[in-house]
Design a protein around this ligand. Structure first.
Ligand code: 6R9
Length: 640
């Protein structure tokens, strides 16, 4: 793999230097992490790195006596040294829509919005919800929140009104930024009216005082007098300077909702100092950052990947970021390759789903593009098969780019396990090695550490600066979710295999989370949504292997009355309760679910039956009703 290891022009860090960092971070973490914190500009530099503790109540605290502002780190310090450097290149999905913002321009736009937020009464510590597609204003809004000390909560455009309402209520957001209408290829998404419905659903629980409407398509949308304001009019009233709030390193920078084993989504809290240090450190080290890079992370900003590698990592490092609103294949295949060629993108960070979809297109699509500006390719969100890895390397990288698979999570803030470009030799299909300071361990189900080669639950023995600090408003749930399965360790929810020489292979979630095209979906959320249909007695959602999406979602439903029930009701309930993106692949209407005598659904059986994997179903005699298994197999077969 040496050709996928050495990047054109050579890497900034040598493999030897990188190994030195791994050793230093392991033996002398306090010194190492105080040194790494100097990547940032602090109002008051910290004198202590970590005082985190995974036992008892669990405490995640990095740089506790330091003060800084994240937007100053992403803007002001670059405006001082390189005001005319391009910070952001934006392209819209309609031909010719393009905007180039220098660091000075971006600074001014952020300051104007920050002044609007202050005028609307947003105070340090208040939550502000951002519900925008991939337009520059989404990034501007995040940085404007950071500037005034507000905690941003970016909400996915695919959530239903109910999904939005749940998160607005939980976060108690006081201001919301939404689009008039968002575009997704030929589809139009009614962002403003969905948000109106969400706020109405919150009822008395809503803390929303104002809605700022960003014109994306310019469509006419209903405006509620007093509450709703036009973004363009409001920012035009404000000055292009705005003093940044002084923030403690432990003050929350943002909440981001993600799915877990229980129905209620968790608002993970990321602090300012540790998170930003991790974002800057990992962006520089994993992607071998060079100042003339054009860095394109294709993730939506509503995903943690968008937070860390569209916004905070690259901008903290003074990089030029590419932001593209459109889909890879609309109106025709090859759009993203054209974005790379038009803009000279050097680092392209995307998902295995995108790679798999591109592999299925006519090879002339990728071969007719130059793509010669690229030097590093990355993937995230799900495992990449060796086949897809090689295709990415050979066809997109034309055989001369480093390829980095990156394993990490919303909870980890940034990349944790990877073959850092130019420093670690990749192995196609493997997540590779933990970054400096990442003390990964494998534990068996008894909590005993697996040493050497082996397989187990992937855990972290020590905190790292990017670690989430808590779950918003529920620290005990944070402790229970992540620190009780393997006491004294952070439990990731993933299983992994380790080779003799320390390379990790991720084997997938060991909990009830399904990963559909990199979307993390909790099966309990789906089941809760289906339960709102009174015709349904019970349901179970499980993940099955899917060629294109990695995993697909299928649902087994037990209706109150067989024969009368219409499966489309399930889709309606899921679309309304969660969002259209979570609508299942297949619905099996069944008489009952396989349960133990104590009434626990045996999901392992459902997963195997749904995947047509009927080998080794195991001992069925422990089931309350063993006959149900043959019925389920017949139902699945009938719908093949
Ligand atoms: C960044 C992000 C986290 C879960 C994680 C794991 C899966 C992510 C992966 C990967 C295999 C990779 N995952 N990256 N699995 N190889 N390179 O994806 O965050 O949305 O919180 O999802 O995604 O199962 O636990 P998030």
């Amino acid at each position: 793999m040496s050709d996928a290891f050495v990047t054109p022009g050579g890497a900034t860090l040598s493999a030897g230097q990188y190994d030195g960092m791994v050793r230093e971070a392991h033996t002398n973490p306090e010194v190492f992490w105080l040194q790494q914190a100097r990547r940032l500009t602090w109002q008051t530099p910290p004198t202590q790195a970590s005082r985190s503790d995974f036992t008892q109540d669990v405490r995640i605290e990095w740089y506790a006596d330091g003060f800084l502002n994240a937007s100053e780190n992403c803007l002001d310090r670059h405006v001082r040294t390189q005001p005319e450097k391009t910070a952001l290149i934006w392209e819209g999905q309609e031909a010719g829509q393009r905007e180039v913002l220098s660091y000075r321009h971006l600074y001014e736009r952020v300051c104007r919005l920050a002044n609007v937020l202050r005028r609307l009464g947003v105070k340090k510590g208040d939550c502000v919800a951002i519900h925008l597609p991939m337009v520059a204003e989404g990034i501007i809004a995040m940085l404007a929140c950071a500037r005034v000390g507000a905690v941003h909560v970016v909400l996915f455009g695919g959530f239903s009104a109910e999904g939005l309402a749940e998160r607005l209520t939980d976060s108690a957001a006081v201001v919301v930024l939404t689009a008039d209408v968002a575009r997704r290829g030929g589809k139009r998404i009614p962002s403003k009216t969905t948000m109106d419905e969400a706020i109405a659903r919150c009822g008395a629980a809503s803390a929303v005082r104002h809605v700022l409407v960003v014109p994306v398509t310019g469509a006419d949308v209903p405006m509620q007098p007093g509450r709703d304001l036009r973004y363009a009019e409001e920012v035009a009233k404000e000055a292009a300077d705005c003093p940044a709030e002084r923030m403690n390193a432990l003050d929350p920078l943002f909440l981001l909702y993600t799915s877990g084993s229980t129905g209620r989504p968790k608002g993970l809290v990321h602090g300012t100092g540790g998170y930003l240090t991790w974002a800057a450190f990992t962006h520089a080290v994993v992607f071998d950052y060079k100042p003339d890079d054009i860095f394109w992370c294709t993730a939506d900003v509503s995903w943690i990947t968008g937070h860390t590698y569209v916004v905070y990592g690259p901008l903290a490092n003074g990089a030029t970021i590419m932001v593209y609103e459109g889909l890879p294949s609309w109106p025709e295949p090859g759009q993203w390759w054209d974005v790379i060629d038009r803009n000279g993108v050097t680092v392209f960070y995307t998902s295995p789903t995108v790679v798999r979809a591109a592999m299925r297109e006519d090879e002339a699509v990728v071969r007719s593009r130059s793509l010669k500006s690229l030097r590093i390719l990355g993937t995230v969100g799900e495992p990449i098969s060796p086949e897809a890895w090689h295709w990415f390397h050979d066809e997109v990288g034309k055989g001369h780019c480093a390829v980095v698979d990156t394993w990490w999570q919303t909870e980890t803030g940034g990349v944790m396990i990877t073959a850092a470009a130019g420093c670690v030799v990749p192995r196609p299909g493997a997540a590779a090695r933990p970054l400096p300071g990442v003390e990964a361990v494998l534990l068996d189900t008894q909590g005993k550490e697996v040493t050497g080669a082996g397989e187990g639950l992937l855990c972290m023995a020590q905190s790292w600066p990017g670690q989430a600090m808590s779950i918003w408003g529920d620290h005990d749930r944070f402790r229970q979710t992540y620190f009780t399965t393997c006491p004294g360790h952070y439990f990731t929810g993933d299983g992994a295999r380790r080779e003799e020489d320390g390379y990790y292979w991720i084997t997938g979630r060991v909990d009830d989370v399904v990963n559909v095209s990199g979307h993390r979906i909790g099966t309990a959320e789906i089941e809760d949504a289906i339960a709102t249909d009174h015709e349904v007695v019970e349901s179970a959602a499980v993940g099955i292997p899917h060629d294109l999406k990695g995993q697909g979602l299928v649902v087994f439903v037990v209706p109150r009355e067989q024969g009368v029930f219409h499966p489309s009701a399930v889709n309606t309930a899921v679309a309304a309760g969660v969002g259209r993106y979570a609508v299942p692949e297949k619905i099996y209407v069944v008489r009952d679910l396989p349960k133990t005598r104590s009434g626990k659904i045996v999901r392992r059986l459902l997963r195997k039956i749904a995947a047509h994997d009927l080998e080794g179903l195991g001992d069925l005699s422990t089931l309350a009703d063993p006959d149900i298994v043959d019925e389920l197999i017949a139902t699945v077969k009938a719908q093949e």
